[in-house]
Ligand binder design. Structure first.
Ligand SMILES: *Cc1c(COP(=O)(O)O)cnc(C)c1O
Length: 377
């Protein structure tokens, strides 16, 4: 949602070009909502969702920990005031020299999903704690993250045993139920898998302590989504169901749910046209598209709310496209998007729910268009 602070900023500063405006008050509200929803879980903000220094500094000051995907992200979290103890290197695909650099910076918690990665961590970060990511089916998620990361639970047993054998501390199990997960029950099967791995390792004399329950918490786009508290209740119920009264330490890694609704992109209509006199749909071209930061419109997966000055007037289904000379730069075509007929060249539109996964997805200079500018207020 465009907050009054964002609207005031746009009205007074009138920044040119497409730009993202992020309201830190919303980020703070989201952080507090997660803390309240799962008071016993440590929050590791997924830096990749929006690594703006102001966002990281705010979250560091609120006591957040950080899930980082690279050495550069680790450095950003440190720069923002986090200590290395509050950082995990959560990418399962790491160069050995990057593991060594993270280790040198003091990071001691690493994600793995295969024996080959365990071997790298054992060589480059001796003594570190590792958790093994297990696969999930990603069912119920609008942006699945499943197939590429994780291994089956039976393999996780071998991975963690090998970690222990190589002098690492086998700490626990992680998973990610898929991003923009609208089913509050989606965590249950993965928590059951974690319990299975915990028991198998206990049988071998290895005590796991940590379940990293990943991200997936949704932000509101066109449809309402359950509140953080509903996820908290469902997750706590699953933890109790599978672990009884011996609850493990837990981590959550919200990215989208922490910053998505804190950001709004201001964009401009560059052209409105039809392809033939009989064309059922108008084509509305904006000054931002897939290469300017809206990459999550890929396969029309994420459908952003678009606010215009003509809302309430009669609408017509439109194809919405970006400004670049690439025909892949179409946002919504398979499911055309209703926009007011009076929408015209030069009109400003607000694209809501764009605080996550936008600025860093913008190309460097495709067609000479500068990367998406961001104002954090
Ligand atoms: C991307 C990512 C997250 C954040 O996911 P959201 O769906 O944005 O909350 C959390 N953990 C890991 C390991 C990730 O890769």
């Amino acid at each position: 949602m465009a907050t009054q602070r964002i609207l005031d900023f746009l009205a007074t500063r009138r920044p040119d070009g497409p730009c993202l405006v992020v309201d830190l008050d919303i980020v703070e509200d989201n952080f507090n909502a997660f803390r309240k929803a799962l008071p016993d879980s440590a929050i590791f903000y997924a830096v990749k969702a929006n690594p703006a220094p102001e966002v990281l500094r705010l979250l560091a000051s609120l006591g957040s920990n950080f899930d980082c995907a690279s050495v550069a992200e680790i450095e950003m979290a440190l720069e923002a005031g986090a200590t290395a103890k509050r950082i995990s290197y959560g990418n399962t695909i790491k160069k050995e020299r990057d593991i060594a650099r993270a280790h040198a910076l003091g990071v001691s918690l690493f994600a793995v999903d295969c024996v080959e990665e365990v071997e790298k961590v054992a060589r480059a970060a001796p003594g570190a704690r590792v958790f093994c990511r297990v696969l999930t089916d990603g069912e119920g998620a609008e942006w699945p993250l499943s197939r590429k990361f994780g291994c089956v639970p039976t393999m996780a047993i071998d991975v963690l045993m090998q970690a222990n054998a190589l002098g690492l501390t086998a700490t626990g199990v992680s998973f990610h139920v898929g991003s923009q997960q609208t089913d509050t029950e989606a965590w249950d099967a993965a928590i059951a898998d974690a319990k299975y791995v915990f028991e198998a390792l206990a049988d071998k004399g290895i005590v796991l302590t940590l379940v990293n329950m990943g991200g997936g918490f949704p932000t509101r786009y066109l449809k309402d989504v359950p509140a953080a508290s509903a996820y908290g209740q469902a997750i706590f119920a699953s933890l109790s169901k599978h672990f009884g009264n011996r609850l493990p330490e837990t981590i959550i890694e919200p990215g989208r749910g922490m910053v998505g609704d804190a950001g709004v992109i201001k964009a401009e209509v560059v052209l409105v046209s039809k392809k033939s006199d009989e064309d059922a749909n108008r084509w509305v071209y904006l000054d931002i598209g897939k290469f300017g930061g809206l990459a999550e419109t890929m396969d029309e997966a994420i459908r952003y709310p678009i606010v215009t000055q003509h809302d309430g007037e009669r609408t017509e289904p439109c194809v919405i496209a970006g400004p670049t000379c690439d025909s892949a730069d179409v946002l919504y075509e398979r499911t055309p998007y209703p926009l007011p007929i009076s929408l015209t060249v030069g009109d400003e539109v607000l694209i809501e729910g764009t605080g996550a996964y936008t600025t860093t997805y913008a190309s460097v200079a495709f067609n000479g268009i500068e990367p998406l500018r961001a104002y954090v207020i």
